[in-house]
Design a protein around this ligand. Structure first.
Ligand SMILES: [Fe+2]
Length: 556
């Protein structure tokens, strides 16, 4: 069966293609349209489809729209209730419902040849659930969907047995942990349903001194669900406008909400474990991108393994809905093979881009060695290799790399990216060396979805990536699955004694991650980056960028 998955209703529009049970392509629309998050999550944008990513998925597999067996749309308008019944009183839902009902016709227009009768509506949280429970390597698992909202719910608890979902609980709106966190994001002057990770970063600067009050307002109910009462955040800290400086009160509020979120999530995880007895918990939904909470769930729930969908936000529902419908049509679906499911280019194609740009480039014997040399000299490297990542994290395919041994490199990287200075940057570490440097979170940790404690003796050796609270959000690099990245970090370790490099996404402020070679050249051309490593080629900045001194002393 050939099933195209579509996410369009709220934000992060995306498309994914599953053929005979195998995930062959998945990509977010923003990487094609170059508009961050694809669109704003407003009712009147609900009709906008991931047209470019959908067309690419089909082209990648050589499939015409009329050859599709089904299109899975990750929202079911028939399950919506009225704005009054949700308790959210969001009149925009009337428009969302109408646009969702019309999606089959919109899709047939966007993909000429598609029969609109082949469009299946999939419940939003079933799509999220499948993106976790059917994409994880462990076929039988418990599943938690932790979201802002779907048609009428904000959460799902269930289990997958032999690929079949059994739903055990679902929390009805207006109660929503995701919407609570979004409200706080907005209160702190950040962009709602986009900047939640900034709140998580701010929380590490505060103390949870409002936890007592919040424990009354936000609590698990013992039946798999929870309550989120309306919170007036201004009782704790005044509302902030965009770019307004935050105070200790704001950090303490962020810490309090973060801590309470973690506690409730641990309760929900314990409940679903009691019901299922499974060893593995899988998770999706925007709240499952909260890597601090994920580590706590792993540490404090009885689950042996926690697997989180790397595209845990709504983009991942494109993949989940496609897997769900493929299963319904009789296919046995495979786990996802990794997050590198987007566009990739041959060496010849990349070289043609470089020739078109008429810039000097080299083809070194081993790009990994050349990159390691520049990094060891404290240069910044734009790293463009293989297929692009599905989900919000750069995982060694579209990355900006730097030396982790300089404290000043944090400010430098945040400046290059135009980010707030309180935000951490993350390390990539050789998998086999990771247990020596990092603890508490799981190892391997290939998708940067957990936080780890940095070992005391390593904190001053890798200060760029050691957050203020002594943690780091690591990505482990397995030589088997990421041989080139592994070789590059190994070459860096030979020069510096550090089996770690700084890894942040290859983009600048307000822009989506780089996806194609032209994006890479534009980013390199406009940002203070010393080297672009694109496929087997490198492009050098004629003059070195300003860099902090002194250099650290390598230890063996
Ligand atoms: Fe969602």
């Amino acid at each position: 069966m050939k099933v195209l998955g579509i996410n369009a209703i709220y934000h992060d529009p995306a498309a994914a293609l599953v053929v005979d049970g195998r995930v062959v392509a998945a990509a977010e629309e923003e990487r094609f349209s170059r508009r961050k998050h694809g669109k704003r999550p407003l009712p009147w944008s609900a009709w906008e489809l991931p047209e470019l990513s959908a067309a690419w998925c089909l082209a990648e597999a050589g499939i015409r729209p009329e050859e599709l067996d089904a299109v899975a749309y990750s929202f079911d308008p028939a399950l919506m209730v009225t704005p009054e019944e949700t308790g959210l009183f969001d009149d925009g839902d009337v428009m969302r419902k109408r646009y969702a009902q019309m999606a089959p016709d919109f899709l047939a227009h966007a993909l000429p040849g598609l029969d609109p009768a082949k469009v299946h509506f999939v419940k939003h949280h079933v799509a999220h659930a499948a993106s976790a429970g059917k994409a994880a390597p462990q076929r039988d698992n418990a599943v938690l969907v932790l979201d802002g909202r779907g048609e009428a719910h904000s959460h799902l608890a269930g289990r997958y047995v032999d690929g079949q979902l059994e739903v055990l609980a679902g929390q009805a709106l207006p109660h929503s942990l995701g919407l609570m966190y979004e409200e706080l994001t907005d209160h702190l002057g950040f962009l709602r349903s986009s900047d939640e990770f900034k709140v998580m970063a701010m929380a590490s600067y505060g103390k949870p001194r409002f936890l007592g009050e919040l424990s009354e307002l936000v609590r698990a109910t013992g039946d798999g669900g929870f309550v989120t009462e309306r919170i007036d955040f201004s009782e704790f800290a005044p509302r902030l406008g965009k770019d307004e400086p935050w105070t200790e009160d704001h950090a303490d509020l962020a810490a309090s909400v973060q801590t309470r979120l973690e506690e409730v999530l641990v309760d929900l995880a314990r409940w679903v474990h009691e019901q299922t007895g499974e060893k593995t918990l899988t998770m999706a939904g925007g709240t499952a991108l909260n890597c601090v909470a994920n580590t706590r769930i792993l540490a404090e729930s009885p689950f042996e393994h926690v697997w989180v969908q790397p595209a845990a936000g709504d983009a991942g529902t494109a993949l989940g809905s496609a897997l769900h419908v493929a299963h319904e049509l009789g296919d046995r679906t495979d786990p996802m093979p990794g997050a590198a499911l987007g566009r990739g280019w041959t060496d010849d194609e990349i070289e043609r881009w470089l020739q078109t740009a008429a810039i000097d480039y080299e083809r070194p014997d081993d790009v990994a060695e050349t990159v390691a040399e520049v990094l060891a000299d404290n240069g910044i490297v734009a790293w463009f290799q293989g297929r692009s990542e599905y989900g919000p994290r750069a995982l060694g395919h579209r990355s900006l790399l730097a030396h982790p041994g300089f404290e000043a490199n944090l400010e430098r990287m945040n400046d290059v990216k135009g980010r707030e200075q309180f935000r951490p940057v993350a390390p990539m570490v050789l998998l086999e060396r990771a247990p020596e440097l990092f603890s508490r979170g799981p190892i391997p940790s290939p998708y940067m979805l957990f936080v780890h404690d940095v070992a005391e003796e390593w904190r001053d050796r890798i200060p760029t990536v050691t957050h203020v609270d002594g943690t780091a959000r690591i990505q482990t690099i397995d030589a088997g699955t990421e041989p080139l990245v592994h070789r590059m970090i190994s070459a860096f370790e030979r020069r510096t004694g550090l089996p770690v490099v700084v890894n942040t996404s290859l983009n600048t402020a307000g822009r989506p991650m780089v996806d194609d070679p032209r994006d890479a050249l534009e980013c390199f051309g406009s940002a203070p980056v010393d080297l672009l490593a694109i496929g087997p080629f490198v492009v050098r900045r004629p003059r070195p960028t300003p860099r902090p001194t002194p250099r650290p002393t390598p230890r063996s």
